[in-house]
Design a binder for this molecule. Structure first.
Ligand code: ATP
Ligand code: MG
Length: 337
C-alpha cells in the first residue's frame, strides 16, 4: 500500500510547455516511479471553463493534447490514474459545501487569482466561477484525500486555501474527514519558468511558450526570437546575465555546468553574440524534447487508446471521490435516507 496520495492537475487550455515540464511534470514522473505514492492526475476541464466558458471547443481540443503530453513525458497509466474533472460529479457537490465555508473577501485576496484577473483583462466582468476556482481546486484535492500536491510556485495560495477549508470543515462538523495537503515545489529558482518574451511566467494562455510538442524547427524559430539583454547590441558589448531569459533557461535545463559558467563569463566580458548562446540552448532543449516527441508520436497514432485511458482513469477516480463524498455528507448530516 502506498504511503501517500498525490493529486495534481493541468488546465486543458492548450498544449503543455517546458514550464510545466520543469515546474511539475518531471517531478510527477519521478514520484510515480518511487512506488511511495498513489497518484491521481486530473485534466481540469471545468476549471479551464471558468475563463473559457464561451470557447468550449478550445477546451475539448486541448483535453486530448494534454493527455498526449502526459503520456509523452512518461506518465504511465498503469502507475498513475489519469482522469477528467467533469466526469467526476462528486467534485461539484463538494465544491458547493466548501463554498459556504469561505468568504468572498478571502477569495478576492488570493494573490495568484488577483494576478490572473489582471492578466486576463476581465475588466469588471470576472466570472464568479473563476473567482471561486481555488475552492473547486480544494474539492479536487480533498476528494482523493491527497496529502501531496506537486505543483509550480504559483499554486502556493491555492494550497493555503485548501488547508483552510480542510481545517474549517473538520472543526465545524467535528469529524476528521478531510486531509490537509502539502505542496511539493520544484527546487529553488525552478518554480516558475519565465516566458519567451521575458514575462514572469511562461503560460499557455499568454502565447510565450515552447511546447513539449514543438518540432525542432519551431523551437529554433522561437529561440531565435527570444528576449535577451536589450543593451547587448554589438557582439563586443558586455552583456547581462540577470533577467536574460536565454541564460535562465540554460540554468534550468542545462546539464554541463562548466560550459554554462564559461558562456556566462564570456558573455559578461563581451565578445559573445546572442546567436551563439541561443544555438547552445537549442541543443540543450532538443536533448530534453527528443524522447518526449518520440513517445508522443506513438500515442498520436492511436487516439482511441488515449480516450480509453482517460475513461478508465475516470472510473477509478469516481469510486474514490464518491467514498469521500459519502463521508462528507454524513459529517454535515445531509444523509437523510
Ligand atoms: P493557463 O494560462 O491556462 O492558466 P498555465 O500555463 O498556467 O495555463 P496550468 O494548467 O494553470 O498552466 O498549470 C499547471 C501546472 O503547471 C501548475 O502546477 C503550475 O504551477 C505549473 N506551471 C504553469 N506554468 C508554469 C511555469 N511557467 N513554470 C513552472 N511551472 C508552471
Ligand atoms: Mg494557470
Amino acid at each position: 500500500m502506498a504511503k501517500h496520495t498525490i493529486l495534481t492537475a493541468d488546465r486543458p487550455t492548450g498544449k503543455l510547455h517546458i514550464g510545466h515540464y520543469i515546474g511539475s511534470l518531471k517531478n510527477r514522473v519521478k514520484l510515480q516511479n518511487t512506488g511511495d505514492y498513489r497518484t491521481f492526475i486530473m485534466i481540469a476541464d471545468m476549471q479551464a471553463l471558468t475563463d473559457n466558458a464561451r470557447n468550449p471547443e478550445k477546451i475539448r481540443r486541448s483535453l486530448i493534447e494534454v493527455a498526449l503530453d502526459y503520456l509523452a513525458v512518461g506518465i504511465d497509466p498503469k502507475k498513475s490514474t489519469i482522469f477528467v474533472q467533469s466526469q467526476i460529479p462528486a467534485l461539484n457537490e463538494l465544491t458547493m459545501y466548501y463554498l459556504d465555508l469561505v468568504t468572498l473577501a478571502r477569495l478576492k485576496r488570493n494573490p495568484t487569482v488577483k494576478a490572473e484577473i489582471q492578466q486576463k483583462n476581465f475588466g469588471g466582468s470576472v466570472p464568479a466561477g473563476f473567482l471561486a476556482y481555488p475552492v473547486s481546486q480544494a474539492a479536487d484535492i480533498t476528494a482523493f484525500k491527497a496529502d501531496t500536491v506537486p505543483v509550480g510556485d504559483d499554486q502556493e495560495p491555492m494550497l493555503e486555501q485548501a488547508r483552510e477549508i480542510v481545517r474549517t470543515f473538520n472543526t465545524t462538523y467535528q469529524r476528521e474527514v478531510l486531509v490537509e495537503p502539502e505542496g511539493l515545489f520544484p527546487p529553488k529558482g525552478q518554480g516558475r519558468l519565465p516566458g519567451l518574451d521575458g514575462n514572469a511566467k511562461m503560460s499557455k494562455s499568454l502565447n510565450n511558450a515552447i511546447y513539449l510538442s514543438d518540432s525542432a524547427d519551431e523551437v529554433h524559430q522561437k529561440i531565435m526570437k527570444m528576449y535577451t539583454d536589450p543593451q547587448h547590441v554589438h557582439v563586443e558589448d558586455p552583456g547581462r546575465i540577470e533577467g536574460n531569459t536565454v541564460f535562465e533557461y540554460l540554468d534550468v535545463f542545462g546539464t554541463d555546468q562548466d560550459q554554462i559558467a564559461d558562456l556566462k563569463a564570456h558573455y559578461q566580458a563581451g565578445g559573445l553574440g546572442d546567436v551563439k548562446v541561443k544555438r547552445y540552448l537549442e541543443e540543450v532543449l532538443n536533448e530534453v524534447l527528443d524522447p518526449i516527441r518520440q513517445r508522443r508520436q506513438v500515442y498520436e497514432q492511436d487516439l482511441g487508446e488515449v480516450y480509453r485511458i482517460l475513461q478508465e482513469g475516470s472510473q477509478t477516480a469516481n469510486e474514490v471521490a464518491e467514498q469521500t463524498l459519502s463521508e462528507v455528507r454524513a459529517a454535515i448530516g445531509v444523509n437523510y435516507f
